[in-house]
Write a protein that binds this ligand. Structure first.
Ligand SMILES: [Zn+2]
Ligand SMILES: [Zn+2]
Length: 490
């Protein structure tokens, strides 16, 4: 579903917000946009929720723009009333009512809510706050328009994840690039004493996506002020990365048709790599992950009468063992792959034969050929194992995984630009590759581009309860985005 948010098309920046995958019952991301003012007044925003709201730019600038809309609408109303047809007359009334709503309801309520958030924090959350609240009028308001449209949605729309695209054009060049930052959080309890730690129990930014968003907002602010490039840069703020749903959903919603780009670029912080250094690689860089659920159904019964039942625990156990051979006996030793059965759930009582068993798998592969082969082997083993015990079976395949493949041309270009900016000793090619996954892979299937790593230094790994994004990399990440834009759009 796409909702157009070009409310300020007269501005130098245009903006649109795209709703993405529907994810009921999920708490990874700021999905309750429609209830935003509600949870702001309850002070329950997570860092990512704060980010989303702070992009609203609750500044005097946006308030003045809103008052301007009201004034302008009333001005338009007078001649229209006399000369134009009814349709336009009502359209203008609607527009002016919307402006009134913005000015008198939304702006003060978000102002009030945001004023209750700590403003003197030094963390990434507050970094976002400062970046966003000081964004320039044209660009900032355009982003705010997009997010506000999401906020004003009804309850059913509030169940949708929202991405935000902000486009900025300078000069007359017709090249366009996309810079992507993810902004979702994780369902993990943060274990630290940071001043800016998540205020929502069990949900936190342990992958640094709030930092990624801060970097892109900072780059956007600078680019909007200096406009030292020739063409169009599109800032892509993407939800739902951790579940691999946000990227494909935005593409499905028309991301690249509505906002064409010649190439896309992504970046992720990485603990264990030298603080502030950049790492580029061509080809396969991140694994494809496929999260599957297998259900084995037997026939429940009394534990003392196995002859009258079919035991799914025995069949499932046999399948778990058989699955261990998929990688060890099929994947070439030089390649990497993982098949993990992370959950096996069946039965409650010792004297009962369960009716069914559930297995949950995380399957990771590094090439398309390995992925196809591994998945087919799992399908085959599931069928044969279940049937050999007289059980029925069902495989619920999750969002299809994709290997992240960097294009060589764009990778080398980005590497050279980073090397010039940060020096040879802080820029590496080829860099390391990982068995982690990344849904930016889907954007790279549509457009050429590259995804690099920015060293986060010696901190616990992302997704660890004590992970923290090192604040020192924020300006370096922003500087990379700016250099990329200014060099690629000359
Ligand atoms: Zn993550
Ligand atoms: Zn991440």
């Amino acid at each position: 579903m796409i909702r157009d948010a070009n409310l300020y098309s007269g501005q130098t920046a245009e903006c649109c917000q795209i709703s993405t995958a529907k994810r009921e019952g999920d708490h990874h991301s700021p999905r309750k946009w429609g209830k935003a003012t509600g949870w702001l007044s309850n002070h329950e925003a997570t860092l990512s929720q704060c980010m989303a709201l702070q992009v609203i730019v609750p500044s005097e600038q946006s308030r003045l723009i809103n008052y301007f809309i009201v004034g302008f609408s009333i001005f338009l109303l007078m001649p229209t009333h006399m000369m134009l047809d009814t349709y336009i007359y009502f359209a203008v009334i609607g527009f002016s009512l919307f402006g009134l709503g913005l000015a008198f309801y939304a702006t003060p309520s978000t102002d009030a809510a945001l004023s209750s958030l700590p403003s003197d924090q030094a963390g990434s959350g507050s970094g976002i706050y400062k970046m966003a609240s000081s964004l320039g009028a044209s660009f900032g308001v355009a982003i705010s328009a997009g997010v506000f449209t999401a906020l004003s949605g009804d309850d059913s729309a509030a169940q949708w994840l929202e991405g935000v695209i902000a486009s900025l054009t300078a000069g007359n060049g017709n090249r366009a690039i996309g810079l992507r930052a993810d902004f979702d959080a994780l369902p993990i309890q943060e274990d630290n004493d940071l001043e800016y730690k998540s205020t929502v129990s069990g949900v936190s930014h342990l992958c640094g996506h709030d930092g990624h968003t801060t970097m892109l907002l900072a780059a956007g602010k600078y680019l909007a002020e200096t406009k030292n490039f020739n063409g169009t840069v599109r800032l892509i703020f993407q939800p739902g990365e951790e579940t691999m749903e946000g990227g494909p959903a935005m593409i499905k919603d028309g991301l690249f048709e509505r906002f064409p780009v010649d190439a896309v670029y992504g970046m992720h912080n990485m603990p264990g790599l030298e603080l502030g250094s950049f790492y580029f690689s061509s080809g396969d860089v991140m694994a494809a992950v496929d999260n599957w659920e297998i259900q084995i159904t037997g026939k429940g019964g009394h534990g003392a009468m196995p002859e009258l039942s079919i035991d799914p625990v025995v069949a499932g156990s046999s399948l778990v063992m058989a699955l261990q051979t998929v990688v060890s006996r099929n994947v070439a030793p030089a390649n990497s792959a993982v098949v993990t059965v992370g959950a096996f759930q069946s039965g409650e009582a010792g004297n009962v034969v369960a009716q069914s068993a559930i297995l949950r798998l995380s399957i990771r592969t590094k090439t398309d050929e390995d992925r196809t082969m591994v998945l087919n082997n799992i399908r085959r083993l599931t069928k044969m194992q279940a049937e050999s015990f007289g059980c029925s079976w069902e495989i619920r395949e999750g969002v299809p995984g994709a290997v992240l493949v960097n294009d060589e041309k764009e990778t080398l270009e980005a590497y050279e630009i980073a090397k010039e900016m940060f020096g040879e000793d802080r820029t590496t090619y080829p860099g390391p590759t990982f068995l982690g996954s990344e849904d930016f892979a889907f954007m790279l299937q549509e457009k050429p581009g590259t995804y690099c790593f920015l060293g986060n230094g010696d901190t616990p790994m992302v997704h660890h309860p004590q992970y923290t994004l090192n604040q020192e990399i924020l300006p370096r990440g922003a500087a990379y985005w700016v250099a990329l834009t200014e060099q690629l759009l000359k």
